[in-house]
Design a protein around this ligand. Structure first.
Ligand SMILES: *[C@@H]1O[C@H](CO)[C@@H](O)[C@H](O)[C@H]1NC(C)=O
Length: 460
């Protein structure tokens, strides 16, 4: 009762009860960011714009010192601004490991982008037109997520999966998100999220049947390391970015990388870290920095960009400057640091890099989970050659049928689809497909949610 002794305290408590919804483990509040552009034209409060929520906050993971940062945007109609009652809940996980999901918010599919002077610019192709968006900074140490125990880290996909499953269960139960009761769950993410997504989806399917998991959307996924490392040299050669002498010179290191990865994935977890060393330094670095390679002067995430090596450094700088200026509004405790891509989570999952998670996808496909894999044709890092290789090798009940599915065209490139599996290639897009092709990406999401595939191109 001592809390109520001071009237000032009481006032603070009442104010807190009014603006902050704290369920058992979720603490969040509506966001009112300065410069937040007004809703699109024609929207009035009466049309429901005022009910459409944007909230940010933290989930305290039970039994730990960990607090996971998230940012939520309610789905709403772009024309009326009214909430979309039956839209799914799509969670977005950035890759890295260790990169903040604010990349997704500001540069891919959030309601607004962030320009060079840190102004917010409305994004006419936001995915909030199709889904409720929940951006999560994870694993712990990533973005604005932290642990009060500084030595704490997530060093396995099981840890990642259990943490996310616990968060999502609390999220669906929280009173402030009661309107999501009938919303299916879509797990989405990019790049190294190609590890998080299958691991988390498989964990949810097996252990948390209460969560309405309906689909997994993998953008530029890094899922099967051997397939990816094998493709680097061949893809670069095909695109004329390395000389054939360099292609030949990495072949023995590639064989070692594949052998060690195979050991890591089958009998010997102790082989994982050495495998990551071999694959990263003797294959990847050798290709990027080898004699005659043009890769070092390209944007490896989109090889059409030339003349820079850290071509996306400006994205990191914008995020870091924006967070520094708005941390209080985002509810971030003052001791918590922020870097767009943090090293500790990367180091903690270094050995996990060469582990493969595609074997978990087959069982998901055979259990009515829709999986869409999206690959940008100009991405070297998770190129479509390596991605095609592991998608074709997925073991599931319709693997034989999949082999004979021919690519069909859609507006943005080609796609293959059989039942719950879709594999989409996007022309003129690199790693961050929604950044490079925003309109097509939204269209793709909408069509996948509606029909499970992109709309085939109309014949003239
Ligand atoms: C960034 O956006 C803000 C707000 O819309 C605008 O005032 C500013 O001029 C923009 N800056 C640039 C460099 O475009």
């Amino acid at each position: 009762m001592w809390l109520l002794r001071s009237p000032a305290r009481l006032l603070v408590l009442l104010a807190a009860a009014w603006i902050v919804h704290a369920s058992a483990q979720l603490t969040d509040a509506p966001l009112r960011l300065p410069g937040r552009p007004a809703p699109q034209s024609g929207v009035t409060a009466a049309a429901g714009a005022s009910q459409a929520e944007e909230r940010a906050g933290y989930f305290g993971i039970p039994g730990t010192q960990r607090r996971l940062f998230y940012w939520f945007f309610q789905a709403r109609s772009p024309s009326s601004g009214a909430p979309l009652a039956s839209a799914p809940l799509l969670i977005w996980l950035q890759g890295g490991p260790g990169c903040s999901s604010l990349f997704g918010v500001f540069f891919e599919h959030g309601p607004w982008g962030l320009n060079a002077t840190l102004g917010l610019v409305p994004n006419p192709h936001t995915w909030a037109a199709a889904a409720n968006l929940l951006y999560i900074d994870q694993p712990i140490g990533t973005g604005l997520s932290y642990s009060r125990d500084a030595s704490d880290k997530s060093a396995s996909q099981l840890d990642v999966a259990k943490t996310l499953a616990a968060f999502l269960q609390a999220f669906y139960k929280a009173p402030q998100y009661g309107f999501l009761a009938r919303s299916n769950l879509i797990l989405a993410g990019e790049s190294f999220a190609g590890h998080y997504l299958p691991a988390t989806a498989a964990h949810i399917k097996a252990n948390v049947p209460a969560l309405p998991l309906a689909g997994v959307l993998m953008v530029a996924p890094f899922t099967n390391a051997p397939a990816m490392y094998e493709s680097y040299a061949r893809w670069a050669l095909q695109r004329d970015l390395i000389p054939s002498a360099l292609f030949k010179s990495v072949q023995s290191a590639l064989a070692a990388c594949k052998l060690q990865s195979a050991l890591c994935n089958t009998v010997d977890p102790a082989a994982c870290e050495p495998a990551s060393q071999t694959c990263e330094y003797l294959v990847w670095s050798a290709l990027v920095r080898g004699t005659g390679s043009q890769l070092a002067a390209r944007n490896l995430y989109n090889v059409r960009d030339t003349g820079c090596s850290a071509c996306y450094a400006y994205l990191d700088q914008r995020l870091e400057a924006y967070v520094a200026a708005n941390r209080q509004r985002l509810g971030v405790p003052h001791k918590v640091g922020y870097s767009a891509c943090a090293d500790p989570p990367y180091m903690a999952l270094w050995g996990d890099m060469t582990r493969s998670y595609d074997d978990l996808l087959g069982a998901l496909l055979d259990n009515d989970v829709n999986v869409m894999v999206v690959s940008g044709d100009d991405d070297f890092v998770c190129n479509s050659l390596g991605t095609t290789r592991w998608v074709d090798a997925l073991i599931w009940s319709r693997q034989a049928g999949w082999a004979s599915v021919k690519p069909a065209s859609w507006n943005g490139g080609t796609f293959r689809r059989l039942g719950p599996l879709a594999f989409v290639r996007v022309n003129r897009a690199g790693h961050m497909v929604p950044m490079d092709q925003p309109a097509l990406s939204l269209q793709l999401l909408q069509q996948w949610l509606a029909t499970g595939q992109p709309a085939a191109k109309k014949r003239p």
